[in-house]
Design a protein around this ligand. Structure first.
Ligand code: PLP
Length: 397
């Protein structure tokens, strides 16, 4: 006999989003378990955060070992994991300097400040940063202003000024916005919240050429697309270009709050007093970051991500054909299935609530589904997910 579902009394939790009447209690790999013992195949993974799945042994070991040794000496001192992770990130990218933050939004705030500082020093106070329609850069006031999410311009008015919006993959729309006040262009290599829209190679390369020729910085927000998600360590590496500034979040901590602002030597112009924060670069989180990045860099790991991305892509394409949908898109293991109508929200609920095992997926726009599984998801789990999708689509389409 089934036990009656436990009721959830969460009245003291501030209401910021509707949540189902369950409490998540345990995770392992690609599976999450709630307080009623129901299991879910997790293709959300903390919103593209748990790149190594739930309760990754290497991360747990790093967290435990560091907790026993030193949790926080204050940001006024160096600590060992901070230095090791900085070196790991700069050794494997085109950047020379790293500032650690606690969230993607905070890393992007840092990028915006760094670009404005660089504009004060090098471009007569130029401060405007061109961003893109449907982009997402975070939920602080400046990063909401930088974001191109419809409705966000008036939500907490007035906005932070200086973020004109261009159209993705359209260089002319960027050129039209350039003035002597322009200091940078900021973009996600794959727009995640916007609906998994990859930047084209042609656009990224011509944008890099144009910004270089016009003394404008190029900032890539790799909070979602970075750290192996697209099948390379960093998404900009698909394009054969070198940005001036990059931000990381989500995957870099594998589930713990860690983010990073990275810059080339030419651009890293902060001086003492410009940037900081109580928890920034704390050894507990950076120790976990080392474990994450080392696992991503292990021989064959990123090749496997690309292979699994291809498997997921092929499976989604055949589903699209079977159900007369509008195809799929994405890069690596950040992918979307384009639906034929606005049934995304309905599918997300059906998937979660089905029995005996649920499926966790997301619908950033009503006419598409987004998939962001653990990067070490198994081929079987990918096929299992797709078979559940087929079952649901049969009900709904
Ligand atoms: C999630 C996300 C952010 C914000 O990160 P938080 O850690 O939630 O502040 C910024 N940029 C992109 C591209 C993201 O996907």
């Amino acid at each position: 006999m089934n036990k009656p579902a436990q009721s959830v009394d969460a009245h003291s939790v501030m209401f910021i989003t509707p949540r189902p009447e369950v409490v998540m209690v345990e995770g392992k790999g690609s599976w999450l378990t709630d307080n009623n013992g129901k299991r879910y195949l997790d293709f959300l993974q903390g919103w593209a955060v748990n790149c190594l799945g739930h309760s990754n042994p290497g991360m747990i070991e790093a967290l435990n070992a560091q907790a026993k040794k030193l949790i926080n000496p204050s940001p006024a001192f160096y600590n060992e994991p901070m230095i090791r992770l900085s070196n790991l990130l700069t050794d494997n990218s085109c950047f020379n300097k790293v500032f650690f933050a606690n969230s993607g939004a905070e890393a992007n705030e840092g990028a915006i400040k760094l670009a404005r500082k660089w504009g004060q020093l090098n471009k007569s106070g130029a401060f405007e940063i061109i961003t893109f329609d449907h982009s997402f850069h975070g939920r602080t006031l400046a990063t909401m202003s930088a974001s191109g999410k419809p409705g966000w311009d008036t939500m907490f008015a007035p906005q932070v000024p200086g973020f004109p919006k261009a159209d993705l993959n359209d260089l002319d729309s960027v050129k039209k916005l350039v003035t002597d006040k322009t200091v940078a262009v900021m973009l996600e290599p794959v727009q995640g919240e916007g609906g998994v829209i990859p930047v084209t190679k042609e656009f990224m390369q011509s944008l890099r050429k144009f910004t270089k020729e016009n003394n404008i910085l190029l900032i890539v927000d790799e909070v979602q697309a970075g750290c192996g998600r697209t099948g390379k360590l960093f998404a900009y590496q698909h394009y054969g270009i070198e940005p001036d500034i990059m931000t990381l979040g989500k995957g870099i901590g594998g589930g713990v709050p860690l983010a990073a602002l990275m810059a080339t030597d030419a651009v890293a112009c902060f001086v003492p007093g410009d940037q900081g924060g109580t928890y920034n670069g704390n050894p507990l989180m950076t120790a976990v970051g080392i474990s994450v990045i080392e696992q991503l860099l292990a021989p064959g790991f990123l090749d496997a991500v690309r292979a699994k991305g291809e498997l997921l892509s092929n499976e989604l394409l055949s589903i699209s054909v079977e159900f007369n949908l509008n195809g799929e898109r994405g890069e690596g293991l950040l992918r979307a299935l384009m639906l034929s109508s606005d049934i995304g929200g309905k599918l997300v609920e059906l998937a979660r609530d089905r029995g005996p095992e649920g499926l966790l997926i997301n619908s950033p726009r009503p006419n598409l589904l987004r998939f962001m599984p653990a990067l070490n998801v198994s081929d079987d789990e990918i096929r299992q997910m797709c078979n559940i999708l087929r079952e649901l689509l049969k009900q709904v389409v």
